[in-house]
Design a binder for this molecule. Structure first.
Ligand code: ADP
Ligand code: ZN
Ligand code: ZN
Length: 748
């Protein structure tokens, strides 16, 4: 072995490095003396591995190693590694969510940072001369140097400095003329990010005078902020009660204290309407983080936060990992929203819970806000872990809508057959069309028909790759799988009994509702919003804008329409199948139905116009629907909490769900059973192991899925046991194991 490879160093000179690719143990490397002052855990480095240079992260720095080691080759730029607070957060997440650290690190670092992609910078052309001087120069140049005159003219005519691209490509002006003018010191070029240019226009707003409830809430938050200690606040305020105004003022206080703020909203609520409200108060001093932005834009946002140049971050779930400096405040709006949970991938983290942990670690204040807080959050407030503020009145004059439950059995008896709409709803829609008000119709199922079924032999046409019936989409005339997007033409012949006349369509989706409404009211103008009509990057927002601009009388959609948008002219909300989700066998289904109904009801009557909500159901006596209709959160909460206590569900214990998926059904189910048995033998007595079962979607994309649940009060201990066992099982590559701590669905 050559000299440089054998290195057993002095104190604190060995680094354990986790390679990006490798999921096993870290490797030891010696730290060359000139790296020593810079290096710390979390630092990104390049190391030699079997003749190649690979990237990794320093996990630990220690004094000695028992083997011969090579030195680190290179420290990657400081910006590519996580700031210390985030590194500590990653360590906690990896342990708590039982996820390998490499994978957790990947989740915390945007891909753009890893790949070192630069943001897109454009050159803006600004005048150095005063406008009169420039105009004089322009007329002087017009005779001999008309190209330069044209450039000056264009700059003078533009409301704000144009970019080189706009001048050269848009107006076909000469690039060399621009260069000459720069040399003459008439103009200069300024590098700006494309982003700032696009979003430079906004109207600014002033803080509003808070009403007494808002004020008392802000004062409590203020006290926490100035104390410089960790505190968690829960704002329970109905839709339109002015929570956002409180957030805005709390952010301002945070900035005044010289700290930064993170603002999280559900993915779907991250519309320009939301962003504009923040821009209108804070101008360009905020960084936007969401997946619709280019890698370059995200890199730029990341770096501006990290350097402290920008102190406010706004984004969806992953914005909780913003590298903002000196975080003083974290806000989670609509904290009950399921999009904060990453369920399909590890780490299966919940941004709200990570937020609380991050706030604890950084001695920051966290604000959770919702009209329908998650049961766990409300419980935490009741037992004094969170500071509760309740806002009962709407901030503007708007009153709460009246809610009516309509029994669809009676409605259908009256029409003598199937109908999507009860008479009350039809009358209501008609009236809104006449008065120029608007209606929202919610149906939690997209497509035209739910499935194709053989009336002879009851065969249901299913996806060949998933255990799910295919949905008929009429506009495209195809059957589609809603799990894997498999497409096929509607069948002409039953594949089992070969009957050519017995195939029927059953069940209805949004597409069918839209057509039925047109059949009843040919004049009605509708828009439909579901995953089929919102595939494009901004189509979701585009539809919202059209509806707001009154391009339609009725917006029909899935639960997407229930969230995050203000429609001043909506005065009627119809929920076509209010009970559908109650049939999902999950301990949280009542809660989700209550939340969805309350959210969608909150869309009605937000401005000066009073609102009305109609809930259609086949279960008019269901207590959860009655509670939703009376919008009685405390009654809902008490009732639901009793059930959870009785059956032993969160918040009275924690859940861990472990999902196994593999191509072979038997092997997958056996692995699940074996894993469960081995874990059971190691686990503490109080952990309760539910039996292994096929998942709610038992087969997805040709992979069979089995799962089991554990109820426990010792998550960290179990996570550790599971991590070890998972590593052992991961040698067989065929079956993947997903660990979901605090799952939000126990069925799917
Ligand atoms: P939430 O976030 O709870 O749904 P918002 O903050 O969006 O509520 O407030 C609803 C409406 O009331 C907004 O148009 C907002 O500008 C207005 N508003 C909020 N607080 C006040 C206030 N103190 N005085 C006047 N208008 C207010
Ligand atoms: Zn058949
Ligand atoms: Zn499928």
């Amino acid at each position: 072995m050559s000299e440089d490879r054998l290195f057993v160093g002095p104190a604190s000179s060995i680094a354990e490095v986790l390679l990006d690719q490798n999921l096993e143990k870290p490797l030891d490397y010696s730290i060359p003396p000139d790296f020593l002052p810079l290096i710390r855990p979390g630092f990104r480095v390049e190391v030699p591995v079997r003749g190649h240079l690979l990237q990794g992260t320093v996990f630990l720095i220690k004094n000695a190693t028992d083997r011969a080691v090579k030195p680190l080759s290179r420290l990657l730029p400081e910006e590519s590694s996580l700031p210390e607070p985030l590194w500590n957060l990653a360590l906690w997440m990896a342990r708590y969510y039982c996820c390998p650290l490499q994978r957790t690190l990947k989740c915390l670092t945007p891909p753009s940072i890893r790949k070192e992609i630069r943001p897109r910078i454009v050159q803006q052309v600004c005048l150095i001369l005063s406008r009169p001087d420039a105009a004089a120069l322009c007329s002087q140049l017009r005779i001999r140097q008309s190209a330069q005159a044209a450039v000056l003219e264009a700059i003078l005519a533009s409301p704000r400095p144009p970019t080189i691209g706009q001048l050269v490509h848009g107006l076909e002006l000469s690039r060399s003329a621009i260069a000459t003018l720069v040399k003459k010191k008439a103009i200069r070029l300024e590098a700006v990010s494309e982003e700032d240019l696009m979003e430079a226009d906004f109207f600014s707003t002033q803080p509003k005078t808070l009403n007494p409830e808002q004020l008392s809430c802000l004062q409590k938050i203020d006290a926490s902020l100035t104390s410089g200690q960790f505190a968690a606040h829960l704002i329970h305020g109905i839709t339109g009660s002015g929570k956002t105004e409180i957030y805005l003022q709390a952010i301002q206080r945070t900035l005044d204290l010289g700290k930064s703020a993170l603002m999280l909203v559900p993915e779907i609520a991250l519309t320009s309407q939301t962003i504009e409200r923040f821009r209108a108060r804070f101008g360009l001093k905020l960084a936007l983080l969401h997946h619709r932005r280019s890698l370059g834009q995200r890199t730029e946002a990341w770096e501006s936060l990290r350097s402290g140049g920008v102190k406010i971050a706004i984004g969806a779930r992953s914005a909780i990992f913003s590298p903002a400096k000196n975080v003083g405040l974290i806000i989670i709006d609509e904290e009950h929203d399921s999009s904060y949970k990453q369920s399909e991938e590890m780490p299966a983290y919940h941004a709200r819970d990570v937020a609380v942990m991050r706030a604890k670690m950084e001695k920051a204040v966290v604000i959770l806000g919702s009209a329908t807080p998650a049961l766990e959050s409300y419980y935490n407030a009741q037992i004094g872990k969170y500071i509760l503020s309740t806002i009962k009145v709407r901030a503007t004059a708007a009153s709460l809508p009246t809610v009516r439950i309509v029994d669809m059995k009676i409605a259908m008896d009256r029409t003598g057959g199937f109908t999507h709409f009860c008479q009350e709803l039809l009358d209501g829609i008609k009236m809104r069309c006449e008065t120029g008000e608007q209606t929202l119709l919610l149906l939690n199922r997209r497509g035209f028909h739910r499935m194709q079924l053989c009336a002879e032999c009851r065969h249901i046409v299913k996806c060949p790759h998933c255990d799910l019936s295919l949905t008929f989409h009429r506009e495209a005339n195809e059957l589609r799988c809603h799990l894997c997007n498999y497409l096929t033409s509607p069948l002409k012949e039953c594949p089992t009994c070969r009957s050519r006349s017995s195939l029927e369509f059953r069940g209805f989706g949004t597409e069918h509702v839209e057509r039925s409404l047109h059949a009843i009211f040919p004049e009605v103008r509708t828009l439909r919003m579901d995953r089929d009509t919102t595939r494009g990057k901004d189509s979701h927002e585009e539809l919202f804008k059209q509806f707001r601009a009154h391009k339609a009388d009725v917006l029909i959609g899935t639960q997407m329409i229930a969230k995050g948008f203000h429609f001043p002219s909506v005065t009627l909300v119809g929920v076509l199948n209010a009970d559908a989700a109650l049939q999902i066998p999950d301990y949280r289904s009542s809660e989700s139905v209550f939340q969805l109904l309350t959210q969608v009801a909150g869309r009605s009557g937000r401005a000066e116009l009073a609102g009305e909500v109609i809930l259609q159901t086949f279960m008019p006596e269901h207590p959860m629907l009655k509670l939703a209709a009376s919008q009685d959160f405390s009654a809902f909460y008490e009732r639901e909490l009793d059930e959870r206590r009785l059956f032993g569900f969160p918040p009275f214990c924690r859940l861990i769900k472990i999902v196994f998926s593999g191509p072979d059904e038997r092997q997958t189910s056996e692995t699940a059973a074996r894993f469960r048995q081995m874990l059971l033998e190691m686990a503490p007595q109080d952990a309760k192991f539910m039996p292994p079962l096929p998942s709610g979607h038992p087969k997805v994309k040709d992979l069979y899925r089995f799962q089991f649940l554990i109820k426990t009060n010792q998550v960290p201990l179990l996570s550790e046991l599971i991590a070890a066992l998972r590593l052992e099982f991961s040698r067989s590559r065929k079956i993947s194991i997903l660990v979901d701590v605090d799952p939000i669905s126990t069925f799917f």
